[in-house]
Design a protein around this ligand. Sequence first.
Ligand code: 5GP
Ligand code: MG
Length: 184
Amino acid sequence: MKILLEKEALHDGVARLANEIEQAFEGRQLTIVGVLTGSVVLMADIIRLIDQPMRVGVIQASSYRGATTQRSDLMINSELMIDITGRDVLLVDDIFDTGHTLTRVIQKMQEFKPNSIRSAVLLQKEGRAEVDCAPDFVAFTVPDEFVVGYGLDYEDMYRNLPYLAALEPADLEKHATQATPFST
Ligand code: 5GP
Ligand code: MG
C-alpha cells in the first residue's frame, strides 16, 4: 500500500470540512446522518468538531461483493434512521466515486420529507462521476485508485487505519466471491 494522506493532513482536512459545515448551518438545527459503514470514523470526528446543537443518526447502504456485482444490487436500509421529517439534514459518506450510492441514499431519504438535504464526503474521486449531483462539501479530491483507511475498507478490513492509503494492484487480488451483502 502507498500512503496518500498522513494522519495530520487528514485531520486538517476534516477540521476544514467541519468548519465549512458549521458556517453553512449556523443558527439552524442540524441533523447529521452517516452512511454505514464507511462514514463512522469521519462521523465520530466531525460531530465533535461542530460546535452547535445537532441530532445524529445513521442509514445503511449495502451491496453484494464479487466480480458479478451490479449497481442494482445496492440496498438502502432506513430502519435504523432517526426522524428527519421537516429537518435540515447533512448526509455524510466516506467517498463519492460514481455518485450512485449517495444519489440513491438521498432519494430514499426524500421519502421522509426533510426540509433540506445536503451532503458531505471525506473524498471525491477525480473524473469518475456518473450522476448530475455533486456533494456539497468535500474534504479531499483523490486520484482514481482504490483507497482504504479512515473508515474505508477492502473486504471489511483497514477501516481503522488512521491514515489514507491506496492499495496496489497486487493487494487487490480477487478473493472468493461471497454471496452475502456487505455494508458500503
Ligand atoms: P459510488 O456509488 O459513488 O460509485 O461509490 C460509493 C461507495 O463505494 C462508497 O461509499 C464506498 O463504500 C465504495 N467505494 C468507492 N470507491 C472506493 C475506494 O476507492 N475505496 C473504498 N474502500 N471504497 C470505495
Ligand atoms: Mg465500502
